[in-house]
Design a protein around this ligand. Structure first.
Ligand code: SF4
Length: 197
């Protein structure tokens, strides 16, 4: 097990090298405040500002949890869901500048089946190559060992895995995260972002 202080120092160094590219984000480490949704403070800005993409498995989950057909919650054309040439080809339906699932009470009307992007927000994981001081996007092979190394295992990975938080979100108001809580958040975010449904 690698000592936490050494790990965090490595993460801060890697973040220092790429932070200018991610000006709307900050590094999240153990001790950072936990996220507690403050929808009224921002009028659920995340559900207004972002279009949400979904893949097939997410569409199935939302249909199952909502008990509605995909045409009820996806953007459609000629009565069929629009499918973009992307890994997550579908778009969550919007109306009046916001997600159609957002209720007047600022609560998600599809919470149990909500897409992965909604489960992730306001966090995401990036990987930084310490050799080039640049983020890496497509080299999946090195990500898993690098992720395990970020959790403190003795695994050696080629990258530094960093957990980031979106600074526009006013929800970082909770208690300071313990090491265990941070690891759990890092793991959930990574798994959601890179494969799990
Ligand atoms: S599905 Fe729910 S959490 Fe996701 S954008 Fe719509 S209202 Fe917000």
């Amino acid at each position: 097990m690698v000592a936490s202080a050494a790990l965090h120092a490595r993460m801060e160094k890697a973040w220092g090298e790429v932070s200018a590219r991610f000006s709307a984000y900050e590094l999240v480490l153990p001790g950072s405040p936990a996220f507690v949704c403050q929808a009224e403070a921002c009028q659920a800005q995340c559900c207004r500002a972002f279009s949400v993409n979904l893949g097939d498995a997410e569409v199935e989950r939302l249909a199952r949890e909502n008990g509605t057909a995909p045409i009820e919650f996806l953007e459609c054309e000629d009565g069929k869901p629009i499918a973009l040439p992307l890994a997550q080809p579908y778009l969550l339906a919007r109306a009046e500048g916001r997600c159609k699932q957002l209720g007047a009470d600022l609560l998600c009307g599809a919470y149990a089946g909500r897409p992965n992007a909604c489960r992730l927000y306001p966090y995401f994981v990036i990987f930084v190559d310490p050799g080039t001081a640049r983020p890496v996007y497509a080299e999946l092979e090195g990500m898993e060992p690098s992720f395990q190394a970020a959790l403190g295992s003795d695994t050696v990975g080629p990258y530094e895995a960093l957990l980031l938080g979106h600074t526009d979100c006013p929800g970082f108001t909770g208690p300071a995260m313990s090491e265990r809580e941070w690891r759990q958040l890092m793991e959930e975010t990574y798994r959601l972002q890179f494969g799990a449904v």
